[in-house]
Design a binder for this molecule. Structure first.
Ligand SMILES: Cc1cc2nc3c(=O)[nH]c(=O)nc-3n(C[C@H](O)[C@H](O)[C@H](O)COP(=O)(O)OP(=O)(O)OC[C@H]3O[C@@H](n4cnc5c(N)ncnc54)[C@H](O)[C@@H]3O)c2cc1C
Length: 453
């Protein structure tokens, strides 16, 4: 059996950052990544499905210097984001949060971003083993090493510290955590690994020159039914954009109270349309006079034939049983935002914290450290996801109109914008109320003291 100090399951941004930080601190660090083939990457690597947008202050949350990010990772520098409702829209050109990155954000090449993180981890002395899955982990806290990883190729790896970075599908995480939960409780009751609640689908399409705006990402809210269901367009390089959406899995058209209120539903729909149908309707609605053929698929981008699909299990974060030498990081711990799917920044940061602490035999500090580093961001995202629950198309229009009204008065950011107008005041009150409801760590679904370690 091979033995390392810190073993990480999953080689996305969280796992790779953990290995990087652990190796940098002098530990023998290993990442095991099952390996997903992608048309846009030469070597086998992590899954890397993502709309791949980064806001300015997320760079600081990653704790990365903007200059350190390689030029070929950034596809398009962003000046703002357009939020489009059924009839109203608003453009934001500031996130309203201080940051060291000079622009609103950037759209990036997720596979190259992951490769960059992997190269850094390997340069620091970490090992990235790709092409075999972790099938399971056996833990015996009275033994050394405490954890034995069973790999699909038959190998076994022993490690005293285990970092779980298997993403929102949590193929290994749930089983590991269950051993530390008393009374037959299961981590699946909290983070539901087998019940992905959303599906994300996106297409890489060439946009006609006259329509392509490289500096603005666009989100449409209130056009398709479902909580945190929305399409987007993220501009990339060479007039190519990621046209995608996220929507709930298993939604029934009969459950939609007001189907005629949603622009991307049609009267003769018998069921909720597929992601591809929604995207075709979005392009037709947005660019009248053009055909789908005017937006050809770029087949050498994305995961396969210019498209990618991914199940998402959006949730709220959980603590880790650090007394057992286990840290859950990134999407696996529920940091990906259910509101806007943003999660690379918190994945990188939680991975770094866990790797550094594990290498220094200080993993007990992890649950406190991640809350100090990303707690505000998570609380903000959890609160936003909660207040928009049940919003109808008209609600989005009202909020976008109120935000625009505020901009005319000289403000830009959501927080500032929400401070004007009756609608805005109500939303701000809702936001504060919801956030307060989650304060004192209540947004954490499974707390450290609930584990029996
Ligand atoms: C469609 C979509 C759009 C998004 N857009 C954005 C965005 O614009 N900006 C943003 O910041 N975030 C975005 N996100 C969220 C972001 O992708 C996640 O927050 C981020 O990928 C989490 O990183 P991670 O390392 O925790 O997990 P992942 O990136 O999911 O990596 C987990 C890795 O673990 C591997 N793995 C799983 N099980 C095993 C196993 N048993 N053995 C070995 N390996 C295993 C997988 O192959 C995978 O590579 C988006 C997500 C989706 C799905």
């Amino acid at each position: 059996m091979d033995r390392v100090d810190v073993a990480t399951v999953g080689g996305g941004p969280a796992g790779t950052s953990a290995a990087w930080a652990a190796a940098r601190e002098g530990a023998d660090a290993l990442v095991v990544e099952k390996g997903v083939p992608r048309a846009d990457r030469d070597r086998i690597g992590p899954d890397s499905t993502d709309a791949a947008g980064m806001l300015d202050y997320w760079v600081d949350i990653m704790d990365v210097s903007p200059e350190a990010i390689p030029d070929d990772v950034i596809l398009s520098v962003l000046d703002g984001a357009e939020f489009i409702g059924p009839t109203e829209s608003v453009t934001l050109e500031e996130t309203g949060i201080d940051s060291s990155y000079d622009h609103f954000g950037f759209a990036f090449h997720r596979a190259k971003f992951d490769d960059w993180l992997r190269d850094r981890a390997e340069e620091a002395g970490g090992t990235y083993r790709v092409g075999t899955s972790v099938d399971g982990v056996e833990t015996d806290l009275s033994e050394s090493p405490r954890h034995t990883l069973r790999l699909a190729d038959g190998d076994e790896i022993g490690a005293d510290y285990l970092i779980l970075a298997d993403g929102p599908q949590r193929t290994v995480t749930a089983g590991v955590l269950d051993q530390f939960l008393p009374g037959g409780r299961s981590a699946s009751d909290y983070v539901a690994p087998n019940e992905a609640n959303h599906i994300a689908y996106q297409e890489h399409r060439k946009i006609p020159e006259e329509l392509f705006d490289p500096a603005y990402i666009k989100f449409w809210w209130g056009l398709i039914p479902g909580h945190t269901a929305y399409p987007w367009i993220f501009p990339n390089d060479d007039n190519v954009a990621r046209v995608g959406l996220t929507m709930p899995i298993g939604m029934d058209l009969d459950d939609v109270a007001n189907p005629e209120g949603y622009d991307l539903l049609e009267p003769d729909d018998e069921r909720i349309p597929s992601g591809a149908v929604y995207l075709r309707r979005l392009l037709e609605r947005e660019y009248p006079g053009y055909d789908l053929d005017d937006f050809p698929l770029v087949e050498d981008r994305g995961k396969q034939d210019g498209t990618e699909a991914y199940p998402i299990s959006s949730t709220r974060p959980i603590d880790s049983p650090t007394g057992a030498g286990v840290a859950v990081v990134g999407g696996a711990m529920g940091t990906t935002s259910a509101f806007h799917e943003g999660g690379d920044h918190v994945a990188v940061r939680t991975g770094k914290i866990a790797g550094e602490l594990a290498a220094n035999d200080q993993l007990l500090k992890y649950n406190g450290r991640w809350k100090r580093a990303i707690g505000d961001e998570i609380l903000r995202n959890v609160a936003f996801a909660e207040i928009v629950r049940g919003w109808e198309p008209d609600d989005w229009d009202r909020v976008f109109a109120a935000t625009r009204q505020m901009q005319r008065k000289g403000g830009y950011d959501w927080g500032g914008a929400l401070r004007s107008g009756a609608t805005a005041l109500r939303v701000l009150a809702d936001y504060k109320w919801t956030k307060r409801g989650f304060s004192d760590g209540k947004h954490v679904q499974l707390r450290q003291d609930e584990y029996t370690v």
